[in-house]
Design a protein around this ligand. Structure first.
Ligand code: AMP
Ligand code: MN
Ligand code: MN
Ligand code: MN
Length: 282
């Protein structure tokens, strides 16, 4: 039986495991095809690919691109990308450079609220200094004894309207989609149920994603309810899009669901992996 999980993080971005550790956990959980999709960076793909080959796990080169669409942060997963594509790598490098500027502003905001040392603190948790992400700040805030765990941090800090939130402009939706397509990959609208938008705005988002060249929606992911899975499954069939399945795993203690521990795609969906042919077709 196949178990395909196409959304996972390593410590190359904001995950906790090394790429090889992630692959070993996924293999132990029975995952047969795995994508590593770190935020805005492809540095972990070679290590993960090698570990996967050693364990007989099919490996998909992936990335999760940070996008600003209207006033919303939206994530576009790119699957089966060529990790050597210069345009994609250039685009991701541009996003990464903006991350350090934002981290300085976040640290400044936290310092004003009486939490000093957050830039240095977050950088200690960031194994890749090019990707300082909010979970690294969250781990520092937990370490300082200001919250019980990372989840609790995100209720009080680092999100819109709370201490340490900083507005930031990521890549344009059309750029992210075209970098992924240009690198031979499939652009997937990640975890749509997580965006705080109504039906009309969601419809416009998907319209624009498709107009830019987007091809799939992540229908099954860790925080989607059964209703959301059904809603987005219907959206894929209505629009002739493919459907993806990914846990968005970040690491022990920070994710509800381990790699592969997800419901199957609803049966009416066209799985994104069908586009790749054997050995991915089931
Ligand atoms: P960044 O790209 O630096 O803005 O960080 C975004 C990451 O923070 C996401 O990919 C999640 O891993 C994490 N995150 C964002 N919001 C939450 C939340 N409410 N609870 C837990 N983790 C979150
Ligand atoms: Mn993340
Ligand atoms: Mn995401
Ligand atoms: Mn993710």
């Amino acid at each position: 039986m196949q178990n395909i999980d196409l959304h996972n993080h390593s410590r190359v971005s904001d995950g906790l495991l090394t790429p090889a550790e992630l692959v070993r956990l996924a293999a132990a959980n029975g995952v047969t095809t795995l994508a590593l999709t770190d935020h805005d960076d492809t540095e972990g793909l070679a290590e993960a690919g090698e570990a996967a080959r050693g364990l007989g796990v099919h490996f998909v080169n992936g990335v999760e691109v940070s996008v600003t669409w209207q006033q919303h942060t939206v994530h576009i997963v790119g699957l089966n990308i060529d990790p050597a594509n210069a345009t994609l790598l250039g685009g991701l490098a541009g996003i990464r450079s903006g991350r350090m500027e934002r981290a300085e502003k976040i640290a400044h905001e936290l310092a004003k609220a009486g939490i000093p040392g957050a830039l240095e603190g977050a950088l200690r948790f960031a194994h890749n200094p090019n990707i300082v992400a909010r979970p690294h700040f969250a781990r520092y805030i937990v370490e300082q004894g200001l919250a019980r765990d990372v989840r609790a941090v995100f209720k009080r800090f680092l999100v819109k309207g709370k201490t340490g939130y900083v507005k930031h402009r990521w890549a344009a939706l059309s750029d992210a989609v075209s970098w992924i397509r240009g690198a031979g990959g499939i652009p997937v609208l990640a975890h749509p149920g997580r965006y705080a938008v109504g039906r009309g705005v969601m419809d416009t988002l998907i319209d624009e994603f498709v107009a830019a060249g987007g091809q799939a929606i992540e229908v099954v992911t860790c925080n989607h309810t059964r209703d959301q899975m059904e809603l987005f499954a219907a959206e894929t069939t209505r629009r002739g899009l493919m459907a993806s399945r990914g846990s968005d795993y970040h690491g022990p203690g920070e994710s509800y669901l381990e790699p592969g521990k997800l419901p199957p795609l609803p049966p009416q969906c066209v799985p994104v992996w069908q586009a790749w042919g054997e050995p991915f077709i089931h």
